[in-house]
Design a protein around this ligand. Structure first.
Ligand code: PXG
Length: 458
């Protein structure tokens, strides 16, 4: 059905409650209606083209319009659109995907538990690590430690693991048995230290917390290799190896939430490989299907899998769509395409380093406090006085000002507080990065002009 933009907006406001949205505010403004996409570009209902530097929502790793994924979905829908994996049954795509995931993930991972999303994957993590310790006769090991400003999803367990205070303020969260330590954000917490020193200090906050709770009560630590929704917080190189050492010392399970970092985003298949640690469990979603259909899950390392399998008994947990055949068929086509197009190598050897160079060159800009990248994730910290590291007043919402310019100029770049972040599709070329950077610079200049005009820089 063809409708005009105002018609879409009116129907949207009348019936559709959007996630993470002030409903009244959006109804007044009208939603942006996205109608089609190709490669790294989106088009809205007015025909405006946008360069999608956020890959949808950190997920469209292979870019839009990949026929191989469409064909895989069509074929599977025709042959077997659904069957479950509950009652001692399985479908070929789920089995083949489990096999392929075991191949592309680090060697400790030979088993997978499927879910429908990253949030569900993290609910599975909570259930699974507690079950693991129960089976080992240590049921008092219940607590999962996470970090402030982490994002692990929006279900009760996902939002509890996450460290977003706005989310904890609604709905009686966190659930019991979740603790949070400070995030490894150098700009906020690293004053007076080198980055490497700060990485060790930040990791040792985990040891302090384990000791405060009592090592016999701690089940697991969970973290994103690079915090995505928190603003692309890239930890110092010393951080994760020290986290690993501490987890090993106290026998605490280490969980890497790879929902954003997985499937090539950081320039290796998984973020834990980029940062040099060896998780026991790994949550995935998003890039596993490049977002074409929903799928998530947990890679289960042999340490945990052996206990779950060998000690026996039923794991009373699962979802209708655990191992959904269409989702798994699309994931298979997606992972094969990532291999065929050598996208992980493309990020690692070519466009990742190129984006890093371009970001380094932003550092002289009068609004840019930091400009950093990891693979194809980038963050720009906007400061009113970078030389003295003075921030803008929070109520100015400088990030949102910049983001407004981005949309008008045809660029999807997100604002997380004063951090402007990108995570473009992995298929992006150098030429398209040039185009992205021209837009980024233009939007920074327009934001600077606003700040000068409004007297925000004094
Ligand atoms: N873990 C991580 C690390 C994530 O980034 C989830 C779990 C949850 O996945 P699902 O599929 O349940 O949404 C995510 C999701 C943002 C934003 O504002 C990020 C996510 C979701 C929504 C918004 O950057 N990440």
């Amino acid at each position: 059905m063809h409708r005009t933009t105002p018609q879409w907006q009116a129907a949207d406001a009348a019936h559709f409650l959007h996630p993470f949205t002030d409903f009244q505010g959006l109804a007044r403004k009208g939603a942006r209606i996205i109608t089609r996409a190709e490669g790294i570009y989106l088009w809205d209902s007015d025909g405006h083209r946008l360069l999608d530097a956020m890959s949808g929502l950190w997920c469209v790793n292979v870019g839009y319009g990949q026929q191989a994924l469409v064909d895989a979905a069509t074929r599977q829908m025709q042959q077997l659109p659904f069957y479950n994996a509950f009652f001692q049954t399985a479908t070929p795509p789920a089995i083949e995907l489990a096999e392929l995931l075991a191949e592309v993930t680090p060697p400790q991972f030979q088993h997978v538990f499927f879910a429908g999303s990253g949030s569900e994957g993290n609910d599975t993590v909570v259930r699974m690590v507690r079950r693991y310790w129960d089976l080992l006769g240590q049921p008092e090991r219940q607590v999962l430690i996470s970090r402030r400003n982490a994002y692990h999803g929006s279900t009760m367990a996902g939002a509890s693991l996450g460290g977003m205070s706005g989310m904890h303020a609604q709905g009686g969260l966190p659930i019991p048995g979740i603790a949070h330590i400070e995030q490894p954000y150098f700009h906020a917490h690293g004053q007076g230290l080198t980055a490497d020193e700060f990485g060790l200090v930040a990791a040792r906050w985990l040891e302090d917390e384990i000791l405060a709770i009592g090592p016999g009560k701690v089940a697991a630590f969970i973290g994103e290799p690079v915090q995505g929704a928190g603003g692309v917080i890239i930890p110092p190189a010393t951080y994760w190896p020290e986290i690993q050492r501490i987890c090993d010392k106290y026998g605490v399970l280490l969980v890497s939430d790879e929902v954003i970092c997985g499937f090539g985003r950081t320039g290796r298949w998984f973020g834990c490989e980029t940062f040099g640690f060896r998780p026991d469990l790994m949550t995935f979603a998003k890039g596993v299907t490049s977002g074409y259909v929903p799928l998530g899950g947990v890679m289960v390392g042999e340490r945990v899998a052996r206990v779950l399998i060998e000690r026996g008994g039923e794991f009373n947990h699962g979802y209708t769509y655990s191992g959904h055949p269409v989702a798994c068929a699309v994931a298979l086509a997606n992972l094969k395409l990532i291999r065929e197009l050598r996208l992980v190598e493309h990020v690692h050897d070519d466009v990742g380093p190129y984006l890093a160079e371009q970001y380094a060159a932003l550092r002289g800009h009068p609004l840019v406090g930091d400009a950093e990248t990891c693979g194809l994730m980038g963050a720009i910290l906007l400061l009113k006085d970078p030389a003295h590291r003075r921030p803008f007043a929070e109520e100015l919402e400088i990030g949102m000002v910049c983001r407004g310019h981005c949309f008008r100029e045809g660029l999807v770049m997100r604002a997380v507080g004063d951090r402007m972040i990108v995570a473009p599709p992995l298929v992006i070329t150098r030429g398209q990065i040039d185009e992205l950077m021209a837009l980024v610079r233009r939007c920074l200049d327009l934001t600077l002009a606003d700040a000068q005009r409004q007297g925000w820089l004094s």
